[in-house]
Structures are given as C-alpha cells and as structure tokens.
Design a protein around this ligand. Structure first.
Ligand SMILES: [Zn+2]
Length: 167
C-alpha cells in the first residue's frame, strides 16, 4: 500500500537543488506510487523535490488521470506565452501570475521505462513547465510578474477567481 508523503515547503534546501536523473527505474517504483497517493485533491502536480527527493520525477493529474513523468525534457516550446495564476503546494497560501509557453513538447519515460513524446497545451503546458522547474531547483515565485500580482489565497478567492488547483 502506498504511503502519504510529507510535502516540504519553501526554505527547504531540497527545493533549490538540481535533481538527478533516474537510472534504476525499479528503485523509484514505490516513490512514484507514494507521490501519486500524496497528490492532494486540490493539487494537479507534485515533483519529487517537494517530497524531499532530488530525482527527476513528477506526477501530474491530467483530465482526472494521475500520471508519472520520469526524466522529462522539454524538447520544443511555443514562441507565444500565456499569462496565468499559479500556486504551489510547497508555498501554501499564495498565488501569482506567471508567463508560460502556450505549449511544450515533452519527452519522458513512464514507470515501465517506455519513452514517449507528447505535446501539452494551455493549462496542462503550465503544469508541465511548473513541475519541470522544480527539477531544476526553481519555484514559480521566482517568475511571478508583475510581482504585485502575488496574492494570498484569501484575497485571490475574494478578488480574482473562485479556485485554482495547486502544483
Ligand atoms: Zn510547485
């Protein structure tokens, strides 16, 4: 049975490190299952550093299906950017505007060590870029622009939009 992992918060050095590529896929099977289990109902993405592991793994909930992405690489990206609000499970209580590519083409491995390439658009592309950044030790807060778009969850709900899933 999968375990619920503790999600670390900003300030923890593990969120600032560059993560290592996965070599032994069998050794991360349990971690991946635990990460899927640990993605909260208000979350759409969770990267391994957020559960204290500097490994190139993230899970994302896409069309209500939780999927695992191992050793992901952004292979291509749109020239166009789109503005949108983001929150992060490791920075609880805040949201801010971040510019992201409209679409990205991601190369990645599944837990079964199958290599895939897939294009993600709009909000799904945003999730991919947010999680990918975690593997490089970057949190969305570093990319919030304009900086005064930063909002507490309370103000966000009150003045901007009813809800926003967390990554
Ligand atoms: Zn995050």
């Amino acid at each position: 049975m999968a375990n619920l992992l503790e999600i670390v918060t900003i300030g923890n050095p593990v969120l600032k490190n560059t993560s290592e590529e996965v070599v032994d896929f069998n050794s991360v099977k349990e971690l991946c299952e635990d990460m899927i289990e640990s993605l909260p109902s208000n979350g759409v993405g969770l990267a391994a550093p957020q559960v204290g592991q500097n490994l190139k793994i993230f899970v994302a909930k896409l069309n209500d299906v939780k999927r695992v992405f191992i050793n992901p690489k952004i292979l291509e990206k749109s020239d166009e950017f789109i503005d949108g609000y983001e929150g992060c499970l490791s920075i609880p209580g805040y949201l801010g505007k971040v510019k992201r590519h409209n679409w990205v083409k991601l190369g990645y491995y599944t837990l079964e060590k199958e290599y895939k390439e897939e294009v993600f658009e709009n909000f799904q592309a945003r999730i991919m870029q947010h999680e990918y950044d975690h593997l490089d030790g970057i949190v969305y807060l570093e990319k919030v622009s304009p900086i005064n778009s930063l909002s507490t969850e309370e103000s966000f709900v009150k003045y901007i939009k009813k809800s926003q899933p967390k990554t």
